[in-house]
Ligand binder design. Structure first.
Ligand code: DAH
Length: 353
């Protein structure tokens, strides 16, 4: 063999190799072609292994012939590899395409129950005047729900609260207090007085229960917020100022307010606190019985007997208390007509607020 035919063999190898590289259809395919041509047992090595058949003086020139071929082949393989990898990425992108113009699925977020939201708003407003929220139990004793609030057993005033008494699992031991579902949040007043000393400014929001025939404005399970303030020199004027500020924050700055005489056994004097009708703004409509006024809470100066029952000296301290129906306030805020909606668990109602 002479150098010229060796050079032709090299050229033929290059030509074949370049077409194999061009034909490689995948990175794996290409790696196989690479090994077959340039690998340790590849065709190029094998060909160069035949160098011994050349005349001795020609052998040093083989490198000059073979090296450019090797370099061109290496470059061709690298270029093909890049093309194949790019094509693989593009194929994957096409296969996994996301249509970002599709509308998203709606995300369901929870929200506060309207009653709870009103409760928080009431607490926020009175919080600005230093009132703090305390909790009081839903199951109460007859003593705290009634007697300590100046409502003795068998007193006709009990008719104001249709009461659900508990059936005890066993016979009540003699002297053990009779238990009931609290009919109002007012027992929280006694608990607060007994648990601390004046000055006292507390709110007790919570669930109450009455033995009621249910209709659009009566539920046997409903909500109240109680307020109590006790200090030296506390007066009816302070109560009026505070309730005005509350009514204006809750129902708008220009809203008219008034006190009307009322009756509660635990306050003396007692009042009903009215605001100008939120439906007709005072001109008179069915919602306010054509009076132009709506009662939003009961209030008064804490009765001395109640102060004494709470362990507070009525000669030194005075206080006022108020109690409002959270359901009613919420109904007025959102123009809700039926109190039963609050506990019906109808998502269409809950999501609209
Ligand atoms: N407890 C009363 C009720 O359930 C509301 C109330 C009226 C609470 C006057 C008070 C008050 O603290 O002073 O109807």
């Amino acid at each position: 063999m002479d150098l010229a035919s060796f050079a032709r063999s090299l050229e033929a190898l290059e030509e074949r190799a370049l077409s194999s590289v061009a034909a490689a259809a995948s990175p794996d395919d290409l790696a196989r072609v690479d090994a077959e041509i340039l690998g340790r047992k590849g065709e190029l090595r094998e060909l160069l292994g035949g160098i011994g058949a050349l005349p001795t003086e020609d052998r040093p020139r083989v490198g000059a012939l073979a090296n450019p071929i090797r370099e061109r082949l290496e470059a061709a393989i690298a270029a093909r590899r890049e093309d194949l990898e790019l094509a693989a990425v593009e194929a994957r992108l096409a296969a996994e395409a996301l249509d970002v113009t599709l509308p998203a699925r709606p995300l369901h977020r929870g929200s506060l129950h309207p009653i709870r939201e009103t409760e928080r708003e009431i607490s926020r407003i009175f919080g600005q005047f230093g009132f703090v929220v305390v909790e009081s139990p839903e199951v109460e004793t007859d003593e705290l729900n009634f007697q300590a609030l100046n409502i003795p057993e068998d007193h006709p005033a009990r008719d104001l609260w249709d009461t659900i008494y508990l059936r005890e699992p066993t016979e009540r031991p003699a002297g053990a207090p009779r238990r009931l579902f609290r009919t109002h949040t007012s027992p929280g007043q006694i608990r607060a007085m007994r648990a601390s000393t004046p000055p006292i400014r507390i709110l007790t929001p919570g669930r109450c229960f009455r033995y009621e025939a249910v209709d659009a404005s009566h539920a046997f399970e409903f909500f109240q917020v109680e307020g109590l303030m006790i200090d030296e020199g506390t007066s009816m004027a302070d109560l009026r100022g505070l309730l005005d500020a509350f009514a204006h924050a809750m129902f708008g700055a220009g809203r008219p307010t008034r006190f009307r005489p009322g009756y509660y056994p635990f306050t003396e004097p007692s009042v009903a606190f009215d605001i100008g009708c939120v439906v007709c703004d005072g001109s008179g409509c069915p919602a306010c019985g054509r009076s132009g006024w709506m009662t939003i809470l009961g209030a008064g100066m804490v009765h001395p007997v109640v102060l004494r029952n709470g362990g507070i000296d009525p000669e030194r301290y005075q206080g006022f208390a108020f109690g409002m129906g959270t359901d009613r306030i919420t109904m007025l805020r959102h123009a809700i007509r039926d109190i039963r909606a609050f506990l019906a668990n109808d998502l269409r109602f809950l999501e609209r607020l």
